[in-house]
Design a protein around this ligand. Structure first.
Ligand code: NAI
Length: 283
């Protein structure tokens, strides 16, 4: 199936990044959010990143203009009525996501594919909320979207082969690499990453080593570009806890129990970089 017009729902850090990479790849994309303020924040961020790319000579002024012309902002979800693909990147909440999918199911043409950028929620359940479950799929981009090469393509139990192949081909057009993943808690990325982060937190909690030393071991000893506790601060400790809970509930296995120290930090409002304090201080 050929994808000509795309819409991204949610103009936050992920949605704006996703819309940007489509526009840069020559595809027409509409970016949607609930209100003008959130939408403008997303669009301004895209413009700033494109300008920076021109300044750094990674892109010509003409290429920037071309990308910008491919992009259209809208607060009206009904403008999804001529879209071949819609990618949802709203808050990580099943109730909100299923509502968005049900609205899109009613608005979009019959052939349209509906994708979610969820980092942990079951695609199978999102698909079941629509009347076109075989055309629902997970398209999990990594943060920051314009930089990271991977897209986890998650097949719900109901996803058909045509939908999967279309999304796989589209990912290649974005100059990114896709991996095929089945719909299990945490998919592949977070199933492996989050228990590592959680274990790093346990190491600090049990007094085995300091925050800085745990990060040094993984950076200098394992060649990770960033220590797990620094990474946890960047992702957001609330998000890390949420994903650990998804793994714990989904598998019912105590090996995924979230570290009590992680729970305590989240209760304190120490959510990492975004709140000014997590395992490190950002004030
Ligand atoms: P964010 O909080 O930056 O952005 C969410 C945006 O969605 C906000 O602008 C909000 O106004 C908008 N929104 C909420 N409800 C809406 C609705 N009904 N209609 C239209 N817009 C609506 O969140 P972020 O970080 O961009 O995450 C979005 C999704 O991407 C989540 O599902 C998250 O799990 C996933 N994700 C996040 C990653 C990250 O590193 N932050 C990485 C990969 C996936």
């Amino acid at each position: 199936m050929s994808i000509k017009q795309i819409m991204v729902i949610g103009a936050g850090q992920m949605g704006a990044g996703i819309a940007q990479v489509f526009a840069q790849s020559g595809l027409r994309v509409k970016l949607n959010d609930m209100n003008e303020e959130a939408l403008n924040k997303g669009l301004t961020g895209i413009e700033r990143r494109l300008d920076r790319a021109v300044d750094k000579e990674k892109m010509t002024g003409q290429e920037k203009e071309r990308a910008w012309k491919n992009l259209e902002g809208t607060v009206d979800l009904r403008s999804a009525s001529n879209c071949d693909l819609v990618i949802e990147a709203v808050v990580e909440n099943m109730e909100v996501k299923t509502k968005v999918f049900q609205s899109l199911d009613a608005i979009t043409p019959e052939h349209a594919i509906l994708a979610s950028n969820t980092s942990s929620l079951p695609i199978t359940e999102i698909a079941a909320a629509t009347k076109r479950p075989s055309q629902v799929i997970g398209m999990h981009f990594m943060n920051p979207v314009p930089v990271m090469k991977l897209v986890e393509v998650i097949r719900a139990l109901q996803t058909n082969d045509e939908t999967y192949e279309t999304i796989k081909e589209l990912t290649e057009k974005l100059n990114k690499t896709s991996v095929e993943v089945h719909d299990f808690p945490g998919f592949v990325s977070n199933r492996i990453l989050m228990p590592m982060i959680n274990e790093a937190i346990y190491t600090v909690y049990e007094g085995v080593a300091s925050v800085e030393d745990v990060d040094s071991v993984m950076k200098l000893g394992m060649n990770h570009p960033m220590g797990p506790l620094t990474l946890a601060d960047f992702i957001g400790l609330d998000t890390c806890l949420y994903i650990m809970e998804v793994l714990h509930d989904g598998f019912g296995d105590s090996k995924y129990r979230p570290c009590p120290l992680l729970r305590q930090y989240v209760k304190a409002g120490w959510l990492g970089k975004k709140s000014g304090r997590g395992f490190y201080s950002y004030e």
